[in-house]
Design a protein. Structure first.
Length: 324
């Protein structure tokens, strides 16, 4: 079987992310379009501990009511399970909050890929008036007047509390949030009993139908851009909202309309609702829509059930416990 890999624009995975998977592991799984999440996850534990506190710090928002964890709860698979998130003063966001787990493996952040790193991503919600509604000047004043943060930062960063260092600490914590040891990863590592017959059949259909053309690599996505509606026009009878325009909002190029970063399918069974607008509640419906609009396939009930079983096998573990 020949696997097809489509890359949009400059969407090849950066070398610094490829290095996270050892060359030996790449060779070991070279016959598969998907590689397991590494069991060893390198990150700076001291900076991650500080980033953990900042990730749960509501003072990063203007009215001290919203933290990063408000939309990316670690106890609900790194999402808030809402179509769009609720920011300060009850404001509704424009897109669905993706899971924070395994975000270190994404080649860009946000649905439109406007942030090139986890550090760069931090500024987005902080300055967004519908999310945290704050700014770095306000945040620096708050944290510098706190009893804990000045000394904590000074121990890790020579220049203490700065915008760059806050973003770095949060990003380092986010790099710690990987979910290895899913049933599918166990299967790839040699446990051929890890997958049920239906999940295994679903994986084969995932390959045969072409899902793997966009959802491959360690994160089963997150490493390229793609148009939503490849074989059929998904937006033919839908309102043309700003959030539906995708990368067009950044580039103003017609060919970028409805183009988004391909989302990771890691933990997809527990991170609904689905799509950039959170418009689809159930995974089987999302599978059916993707089959038709992306692949030109009218999937049968059996197809959907087996694909769903495969996707459920992608649910990994955090701190030794399977995500729920």
């Amino acid at each position: 079987m020949t696997y097809l890999y489509f890359f949009y624009e400059d969407s090849f995975i950066p070398k610094k992310q490829i290095d996270l998977v050892s060359l030996n592991q790449q060779r070991l799984y070279s016959d598969q379009p998907i590689t397991p999440i590494p069991l060893l996850n390198p990150f700076d534990k001291r900076k991650a501990a500080l980033g953990d506190k900042l990730f749960h710090e509501p003072r990063l928002s203007r009215n001290n009511s919203v933290a990063c964890a408000s939309c990316h709860s670690l106890f609900t698979a790194g999402v808030d399970r809402l179509p769009v998130s609720i920011g300060i003063n009850g404001a509704l966001g424009q897109t669905n909050a993706p899971t924070i787990f395994n975000s270190r493996y994404n080649f860009r952040q946000f649905w439109d890929g406007r942030a090139s790193s986890l550090e760069e991503q931090v500024s987005g919600p902080i300055n967004n008036h519908q999310e945290m509604g704050s700014n770095w000047q306000e945040i620096l004043i708050k944290l510098k007047s706190d009893k804990y943060y000045p000394s904590a930062f000074k121990q890790l960063y020579n220049d203490g509390i700065t915008e760059v260092n806050i973003a770095n600490a949060i990003a380092e914590f986010e790099r710690s949030l990987t979910t290895p040891n899913s049933l599918f990863d166990q299967y790839l590592r040699g446990n051929k009993q890890a997958l049920s017959p239906d999940a295994l059949a679903g994986y084969q259909k995932f390959i045969d139908y072409g899902c793997v053309s966009c959802h491959q690599g360690v994160n089963l996505g997150g490493n390229m851009f793609q148009k939503f509606g490849v074989t059929e026009d998904y937006y033919a009878n839908k309102e043309e909202t700003k959030s539906n325009l995708g990368r067009y909002n950044l580039t103003q190029r017609v060919q970028d309309k409805h183009v988004f970063k391909v989302p990771s399918l890691r933990n997809i069974a527990v991170t609904g609702p689905y799509f950039h607008d959170g418009s689809i509640e159930k995974l089987p419906e999302a599978i059916s829509i993707m089959g038709y609009y992306q692949l030109g396939q009218r999937l049968t009930g059996k197809d959907i059930k087996q694909l769903c079983d495969f996707l459920e096998s992608l649910t990994g573990e955090w701190q030794g416990v399977s995500l729920k």
